[in-house]
Design a protein. Structure first.
Length: 169
């Protein structure tokens, strides 16, 4: 298992007291295999990879670095290009507290849209979203087969709702 992030990325959300923002990222796995220097290990975020063969089961990709005070209301993905050889490759969207908080594992075997549902961890009937008291990352957790050539969009809708004194903002 490895944990990756996009080379040199920091927080994704500036403070905005006036409205919501949509965090979105297009991830083309075949392009990352071809250009591995776009990725880095999370433990060494400024050192580009020299080789990458796809996301294996148990790998994590930090997609969005979010500051303390961010409230994620919902999230999901749209599979634009199915993985042509790995028909059971899948990923979930979550964070350090819940690996599938925003989206349960979604297979990449065909074009589809997945999103936070009423019974997902951060879309339950008793809450609408999730507030971050400390800085965190919103991640993809890959499962089943190694993902080689899928292309998909990931999004989180939320806002920087408040500043926390003494927190990492």
């Amino acid at each position: 298992m490895a944990e990756y992030q996009f080379l040199g990325e920091g927080n994704a959300v500036p403070y905005d007291a006036f409205g919501y923002t949509v965090l979105r990222k297009f991830i083309d796995v075949a392009d990352l295999v071809l250009y591995p220097q776009k990725l880095a290990l999370a433990s060494t975020p400024t050192v580009p990879l020299s080789a990458f063969t796809g996301f294996a089961s148990g790998d994590i990709l930090n997609v969005f670095h979010i500051p303390a005070g961010f409230v994620g209301v919902c999230g999901g993905s749209y599979i634009e290009t199915a993985d042509s050889t790995q028909t059971t490759a899948a990923f979930a969207i979550g964070d350090g507290g819940n690996t599938a908080g925003f989206q349960a594992a979604a297979a990449v075997d065909g074009a589809s849209w997945q999103g936070t549902l009423d019974n997902d961890a951060y879309g339950g009937a008793t809450r609408t979203g999730y507030g971050y008291i400390v800085a965190d990352t919103i991640d993809l957790l890959f499962s089943v087969q190694t993902m080689i050539d899928a292309a998909f969009h990931v999004y989180i809708i939320g806002c920087k709702a408040f500043d926390l004194l003494g927190a990492d903002v």
